[in-house]
Every structure is written in C-alpha cells, then in structure tokens.
Design a protein around this ligand. Structure first.
Ligand SMILES: Nc1nc2c(ncn2[C@@H]2O[C@H](COP(=O)(O)OP(=O)(O)OP(=O)(O)O)[C@@H](O)[C@H]2O)c(=O)[nH]1
Ligand SMILES: [Zn+2]
Length: 218
C-alpha cells in the first residue's frame, strides 16, 4: 500500500536560473554597458529578484553588489537617501571590472513602498528612519539575504568580493554559505536632504560611512 498523499512532503525546488537575456544599459556618464540579466526559479521568498552580470567576472571572488530596491531613489533620483548614486556607482564599477549586481526586491528595507512612504511622513514629524519603522509596527530592518545567497549559488558563485557598508549583509551571506573574501565600501553620497538618514544608518545599523563632520556648524 502506498502512503497517503497527505504524508508526502513535496521537495522544494532547488533555486536555479530561469531566463537569461541580454540587457544593454545607458550609464549615467553616457557610456553604454553590456550586461546579461537573469531571472530565477524556486527562490525561497518567491520574489522577482534579478541578477545582472557584467564583463568577465573574476573567477576566484567576483565583485558583487547586493542592492535593495528603492523606487524613489533608483528610479526618480530622490535626494532623501543615497540609493540612486550607489546604484549608479555600482553599475560603473561592474562595467569596468566585471561582476554581478543582485537587485533585490526589498523596498523600504523589506517593509514595502507604501509603508516606506508612511515612514517618510513620520520622519517629517521628527522620527529618524529606524524609529519611524518601529512606530509603524515594523522591525528597523526586515531584510534577509537568503534569496541573494540562493541566486549566487544558482549562478555558480560561492566566493565573492562584496560592495557594501552594511556588515549585516556580509554576516548573513557568510552564514548562508557564501564566502565573502573581501568587502569594498561604496562611496559616500551625502547632501542636505539625506544627511540625517545617513547619520541614522551609522548610529543604528553598523554601517561604516565616513560622513562629513558638521558638529562645528551652526
Ligand atoms: N523603511 C525605510 N526604508 C528606507 C528608507 N530610506 C531608504 N530605505 C530603503 O533602504 C534600502 C537601502 O538600504 P540602506 O540602509 O540605504 O543601505 P544598505 O543596503 O543597508 O547598505 P549598503 O550596502 O551599504 O548600501 C532600500 O530598500 C530603500 O528603499 C527609509 O527612510 N525608511
Ligand atoms: Zn533609497
């Protein structure tokens, strides 16, 4: 007699590459970059994350930028955060040196676009970026990087040089079986509209950012 279906535990898909297509890109400096875009099957959070591959990535430990989606910064060029310039910087570096951009659908540090905009309203009333998340009943940062590790493994990449200022990305990827052999910082893109946001990142979430010293200014 065969076991009843209710007792059969379905095997989870092993995450794998689903589609590969060419994606030429206009860089902000006017150059054109060739990239290849990948979609995936079976990612554990079932979100539509994508990876872009540039040039011939280093075979030992390719450069990888793990970028969390920020519609306001990446698409509209919002000055409230540093996401737009960080994304452009990564595209330029990856075009020059080869490597991968993992574009993670983790808008608002995982709380989503509408909730991030609610958080912006609270920030206008004096909360910092992390306190605003808490006031909305969210964690300060709800991202995890399991899907990023799955994407890298599906691409055959298990040793990387990671571009980030966020230690949490590095620690989580290591725990998920990705060997982060080196970390390279992003540039510091500060201005009058995002300085409080950057200061809060340094205070609350172990970001390493050398910010301009404004303590002597009135
Ligand atoms: N909840 C919330 N999310 C924000 C806010 N500003 C930007 N974000 C999101 O924050 C994410 C980017 O995270 P950051 O903390 O800027 O940087 P990071 O990815 O942790 O670190 P780096 O690798 O160094 O760039 C994106 O998903 C943005 O949408 C905000 O005020 N509130
Ligand atoms: Zn942003």
């Amino acid at each position: 007699m065969t076991a009843p279906c209710a007792h059969v535990i379905p095997l989870k898909d092993t995450p794998s590459v689903r589609t590969v297509a060419q994606l030429p890109i206009h860089l902000a400096d006017g150059r054109e970059a060739s990239s290849t875009i990948y979609s995936f099957h079976g990612l554990s959070d079932a979100k539509e994350h994508v990876a872009l591959r540039f040039g011939n990535p280093d075979s030992e430990a390719p450069l990888v930028r793990l970028h969390s989606e920020c519609m306001t910064g990446d698409v509209f060029g919002s000055a409230r955060c540093d996401c737009g310039p960080q994304l452009q910087e990564s595209l330029h570096r990856l075009h020059e040196d080869g490597g991968y951009l993992l574009y993670m659908r983790q808008e608002g540090r995982g709380i989503g676009l509408y909730r991030k905009l609610d958080a912006y309203r609270l920030q206008e009333q004096g909360h910092d970026t992390f306190a605003a998340n808490r006031a909305l009943g969210h964690g300060e940062d709800e991202r995890d990087y399991a899907a990023a590790a799955e994407m890298l493994k599906a691409l055959g990449v298990t040793r990387i040089t990671l571009i980030t200022n966020n230690h949490d990305k590095c620690t989580q990827l290591q725990a998920l079986g990705i060997d982060v052999v080196a970390v390279e910082p992003t540039g510091v893109f500060s201005g009058e509209h995002n300085l409080r946001y950057l200061e809060a990142k340094v205070r609350h979430s172990r970001h390493t950012l050398a910010l301009p010293d404004t303590s002597q200014e009135n």
